[in-house]
Design a protein around this ligand. Structure first.
Ligand SMILES: NC(=O)c1ccc[n+]([C@@H]2O[C@H](COP(=O)([O-])OP(=O)(O)OC[C@H]3O[C@@H](n4cnc5c(N)ncnc54)[C@H](O)[C@@H]3O)[C@@H](O)[C@H]2O)c1
Length: 401
């Protein structure tokens, strides 16, 4: 038998439309509200709202990528895996580019290499052929190209003095027109753009070690200017696209880097010494051999480049190993590693060769949480085994970290 209060409720609800009556009946409303509460709580826990960070504006796509790369490594809940990115690497068939491509492929991204093979080699990326996530395009960055990508690593440029002095006008065109084209692409498709600049922007430095705040001491009309001034202009272009057009840019200033897949006989001091010692030729030291350089193993550099790309800071950032060696000290390490009887031969110094080079990497340490981990004594043997294989065809001796 219905009670008085139940009857009065029934009278009240009888005046309401039937669907409201339906919701109010049998505690349905309570269940509905509890369901909404539980699902919004779950969503909040799974996708916590992140306040915008850093100096650079971020698209949602890039934030998604960042949150996954920067996040501490651990088990990623099923269905929440980082969305693979489409990444173009210009100069990706070269020394640094090919190691970067390996890491991006390993991470699960789709990678497009754009290279004109001036100094790059198909051999450096041949192990990715046949992988559906990998594409190789023979293209000169001096010509525009349209690609749908999320990130652009812009490395294309001859990097050793032998190569960049070979055709200086082409070198500066690559740096200026090539960089403009890739920045134009970044603007058109909303991609993030990373420029691989160089410690050469500091010229023959009057400040030691070099911090990013130092503006450099560069000869604008010398034989190296096509490269040094070219990279300085490329940095200017990147910053102007960033400030003026809101393009997300990142700038790395790379110091001397060595490792497997470097061009043999490219005139860079580490590859020179290693190739000479392996061929039982004297190690050629230019000048008095007291000029200093720092030597960074390639896997350290690639780690720095990727952290820079995924992070929130534009840069520029020095990426190099602060360990400083004179050319004679480097020759000694090469003798210890390859041939203790290798002779040293002195030659007159080359024009505009800087006397000192050593990066101050405090900024990269603080803002990217990056510093090199591989010493010259550990990295050099890995490069030697790759060179030995390429010079003598010894299949069993090539290894990388
Ligand atoms: N390795 C270092 O010690 C070092 C130091 C400072 C800066 N960098 C910079 O890092 C980048 C890579 O250097 P790397 O040592 O790998 O040199 P690398 O010569 O091995 O690689 C450069 C690549 O760019 C390609 N390339 C050159 N001009 C091109 C063009 N017009 N269009 C398309 N592709 C072109 C080459 O074929 C090559 O594959 C360069 O931008 C260089 O300036 C390197």
């Amino acid at each position: 038998m219905a009670t008085t209060s139940t009857r009065s409720t029934m009278r009240r609800t009888a005046k309401l439309p039937s669907f409201i009556n339906y919701i109010l009946g049998h505690h349905r409303l309570t269940f509905l509200l509890a369901g909404v509460l539980v699902s919004s709580l779950t969503l909040h826990l799974v996708f916590p709202t992140q306040p915008p960070t850093g100096s650079a504006p971020s698209t949602r796509r890039v934030l998604l990528a960042q949150s996954n790369v920067v996040a501490p490594r651990g088990r990623v809940p099923l269905g929440l895996r980082r969305k693979p990115l489409r990444v173009v690497v210009t100069g990706g068939a070269g020394f640094v580019g090919s190691h970067l491509v390996d890491r991006l492929m390993e991470r699960g991204d789709s990678v497009i290499v754009v290279d004109n093979f001036f100094t790059g080699r198909k051999d450096n990326v041949v192990h990715h052929f046949g992988n559906p996530r990998f594409e190789l395009i023979r293209h000169d960055v001096v010509e525009p190209i349209l690609l749908e990508v999320d990130q652009i690593y812009h490395l294309a440029c001859p990097a050793s003095p032998v190569h960049y002095k070979f055709n200086p006008v082409k070198t500066i065109k690559t740096n200026v027109v090539g960089t403009l084209n890739m920045l134009g692409l970044a603007k058109r498709v909303g991609a993030r753009f990373l420029l691989t600049s160089t410690s050469e922007v500091y010229g023959d430095p009057l400040q030691h070690p070099q911090a990013e705040t130092y503006w450099g001491n560069v000869n604008p009309i010398g034989v190296r200017s096509c490269y040094d001034e070219g990279k300085r202009t490329a940095e200017t272009l990147a910053m102007d696209y960033h400030r003026g057009l809101g393009i997300e840019v990142r700038i790395a200033r790379i110091f001397n880097t060595y490792g497997p897949r470097m061009c043999i006989d490219d005139g860079r001091v580490v590859s020179n010494f290693v190739a000479q010692a392996l061929r039982k030729e004297p190690l050629t030291v230019y000048g008095d051999g007291k000029q200093t350089r720092s030597f960074q193993y390639v896997s350290d550099l690639v780690e720095g480049l990727m952290r820079l790309m995924e992070g929130d800071h534009v840069g520029p950032f020095n990426l190099g190993n602060p360990g400083e060696f004179t050319m004679l000290e480097l020759a000694e390490v090469v003798q210890e590693t390859i041939d203790s009887n290798a002779k040293i031969e002195f030659r007159p110094n080359t024009e505009d060769d800087p006397h000192k080079r050593k990066p101050d990497i405090s900024k990269a340490k603080e803002l990217l949480g990056w510093e090199p981990t591989i010493s010259l004594h550990k990295g050099l043997p890995l490069m030697v085994s790759d060179f030995r294989k390429r010079i003598f065809g010894d299949e069993n001796s090539a290894k990388t970290i």
